[in-house]
Ligand binder design. Structure first.
Ligand code: ZN
Length: 459
């Protein structure tokens, strides 16, 4: 076996000294197992310092591993130089930053395109697809699974980011709000340039692991790859960790989890989220935005719609397909032989029978944790409504209980999403229908689960 996963949690009231025991524990575990020290330690801060020595080398003494700054965090730091993250150009800016840092392996991209060409041709009775069609049918998870990316090197990335900042420096949205705040971006970029060496793939370290013997696509067998770069797989755990702690009334900053995924030649020491699934951060970004929408609006504005489409497009592939039991209007206007690419008919055998069990007011109701977007919106509403003064009141002025409050605001958000033609046409965003019963059942199970983690935390 050449892959191992180790999850280490330490709950401290601050970052720094409290980590010493954790890190020395990991060093000892490696030593006891007779394993060589890792080539790389990925961190989300403290990658380098003015004095030259990074504290990571003190915590992990006597290791001399290379220390790398996680690129997701590096990109996030640019947001301090923006007017707001809710700007419609924010998504474009971040994806362009990413392409200033990474380049795709062109040979692997070609192989994936060839495989996709064969796959589509077979599916559509021998009709050869156009180049545009092929590209449109390659999903972001296919890219990530079958193609490697590498960092471009300090000089090229510096030159490209400089060009990107220049080209977007003055851009604004339709109401004149600029994306970049020139006063704050100048010092941010100064600081960011110092960390350019910290985000480069270390020479001679294999960042990707091949999983299994590849997967058949079209007439080709493609490598299935897992990327061990950075700490992005850890992010979902950060998010999830907040939901472990019920009724969080103190400042969330008090709970800081420091995590170090390590990569070495033969072993991957990685930290995964509670269920082992990636992408919770993107789900949370979307849920945060949905819950933060002004509650008095009667319809979404163009800018709000664009932001939701953008946040949707950043979701992990697992959060993008529609839920099994959800009937949804389909895009009917795709011309040509490719129009039937995805079957989403509502008449899967057994579906109607299953739906009948959960029908209320003519709609199938489900628990909020049926999909992650619905769950995350509900979690955020739950946090808000734990305080009675935040909850809505009924017509007699009586404060609603938590489940009813969640259902009411959730339905309000859901209605806006369903009323927006742009969101319906451009995304497969699904928020399931919930009611008091399904929310109460979900809350009960959640409470049981958090009671267990409470017990674990106090041991
Ligand atoms: Zn650095």
């Amino acid at each position: 076996m050449n892959v191992a996963q180790v999850l280490n949690c330490v709950l401290t009231t601050g970052e720094g000294a409290g980590l010493d025991d954790l890190c020395q524990g990991i060093v000892k575990r490696y030593q006891d197992a007779g394993e060589p020290e890792p080539d790389v330690i990925n961190v989300d801060r403290d990658c380098c310092s003015e004095t030259g020595a990074t504290p990571v080398h003190v915590w992990f003494r006597p290791w001399k591993s290379k220390v790398r700054l996680d690129i997701f965090h590096y990109i996030r730091r640019f947001t301090r130089g923006l007017m707001t993250e809710h700007h419609p150009l924010y998504g474009t800016f971040c994806s362009k930053l990413s392409s200033c840092i990474y380049e795709w392996d062109q040979d692997e991209i070609c192989r994936l395109k060839e495989a996709k060409r064969a796959e589509l041709k077979k599916k559509h009775a021998g009709n050869a697809p156009t180049e545009v069609k092929i590209l449109a049918n390659i999903s972001s998870s296919e890219l990530a699974n079958h193609c490697r990316r590498r960092t471009r090197g300090v000089e090229e990335t510096q030159r490209m980011i400089k060009g990107l900042l220049k080209s977007m420096w003055e851009l604004s949205n339709t109401s004149g709000l600029r994306l970049i705040n020139p006063e704050s971006m100048a010092p941010v970029w100064d600081m960011q340039q110092k960390h350019l060496p910290c985000i480069q793939d270390p020479p001679g370290v294999e960042v990707y692991t091949k999983l299994g013997s590849g997967s058949q696509k079209g007439d080709k067998v493609l490598d299935v790859l897992r990327c061990g770069r950075g700490s992005s797989s850890v992010e979902s755990f950060h998010r999830y960790q907040c939901t472990f702690i019920p009724f969080l009334t103190v400042q969330p900053e008090v709970y800081i989890l420091r995590t170090f995924p390590l990569v070495d030649r033969t072993h991957q020491l990685r930290i995964v989220d509670a269920r082992g699934f990636p992408g919770w951060d993107a789900v949370d970004n979307l849920a945060e935005y949905l819950v933060s929408l002004n509650r008095m609006i009667t319809a979404l504005s163009t800018a709000e719609t664009a932001e939701i489409v953008q946040l949707y497009s950043s979701l992990h592939a697992m959060d993008q397909p529609p839920s099994k039991y959800t009937l949804k209007s389909k895009k009917k206007n795709l011309p040509g032989p490719w129009s039937a690419s995805r079957k989403r008919s509502g008449s899967t055998p057994g579906q109607q029978a299953a739906e009948r069990l959960f029908m209320t007011h003519g709609q199938a109701t489900q628990r909020p944790d049926t999909n992650r977007v619905s769950e995350c919106v509900s979690v955020r509403l739950l946090k808000e409504y734990q305080q009675a003064r935040n909850r809505p009141k009924d017509c007699k002025g009586k404060t609603l209980p938590i489940p009813q409050s969640i259902v009411q605001m959730y339905r309000h958000i859901k209605q806006h999403l369903e009323d927006s033609r742009v969101i319906q046409n451009q995304t497969d965003l699904v928020v399931v229908t919930i009611n008091n019963t399904t929310v109460s059942s979900w809350l009960l199970e959640r409470q049981k689960r958090t009671d267990c983690s409470d017990a674990a935390l106090t041991l």
